[in-house]
Design a protein around this ligand. Sequence first.
Ligand code: NCD
Length: 310
Amino acid sequence: MALRHLMSPLDLTVDETTRLLDLAYDMELHPETYAHICEGKRLATLFFEPSTRTRLSFEAAMMNLGGKVLGFSSADSSSAAKGETVGDTMRIVSCYADICAMRHPKEGAPLVASMRSMVPVINAGDGGHQHPTQTLTDLLTIRSLKGRLDHLKVGLCGDLKFGRTVHSLISALSRWEDISFVLISPEELKVPGYVREALNAKNIPYTEVVKLDEDTMAGLDVLYMTRVQKERFFNEEDYVRMKDFYILDREKMKLAPKDMYVLHPLPRVNEISVEVDDDPRAAYFYQAQCGVYVRMALILTLLGMAPEHI
Ligand code: NCD
């Protein structure tokens, strides 16, 4: 089997993505079937940037499959601190592991690593660029809650400039029928040009607005909230000015459609008030749970071990 990596959600076709989501769903229903399938296999998690959900859900995923995990959770504890390149690090790690998930503050670093790797490399977030496994998680969550990935109006709110989860989700969803987007952000944090150009090229309807109000939320199937990405700002002043731009609270939720689910890749800071957690439309904790199943399915798929019948 040819070596396959996952750098962007577009590295999987729509059919492959659907199959992966079906496999994730089967794993949720029948975990025992998969409990030993990766015995003898190792996953390396190379995290040059902080993470809770992504790294731990990758590790839990490999353990659920009966495999083992190794790795590091900060650049300081790896040889990057001595000046080693990601290419060299990856070349070495591919002697120790069968598959690798890498997070890095520099855009494109996992791609560079994949070019030197002898095992599949998964981009677990590269700077403000892409985060394909969060997108698979988001797709599984949306499909489970709404029963479909087509005919959806999706609002994305917050830091659309630096939020890599937003860029990946927009490009992935754009491949389904009848998708439209409402992009809600301060002027300074609008989606990057390449994301807008891809939407224009495919004639996908979208609007860009600043306010998160009743009119903006009208007709939304999903509202995807994001935090302002503090670590990607060049100065503290701009961050402070924008960090509390949006706060989704109980009052705002009263104005939202009854069937509009609220997603958030987490961590949240202030953009969703804790009082929203009890709202039946709050789906962000369920979303985090979906992350384990899609990562299990992805590991099997990239190792070429996904069962034929799904
Ligand atoms: C996201 C990320 O790292 O981009 N978190 C995650 O992986 N669940 C979102 C964020 O950090 O804001």
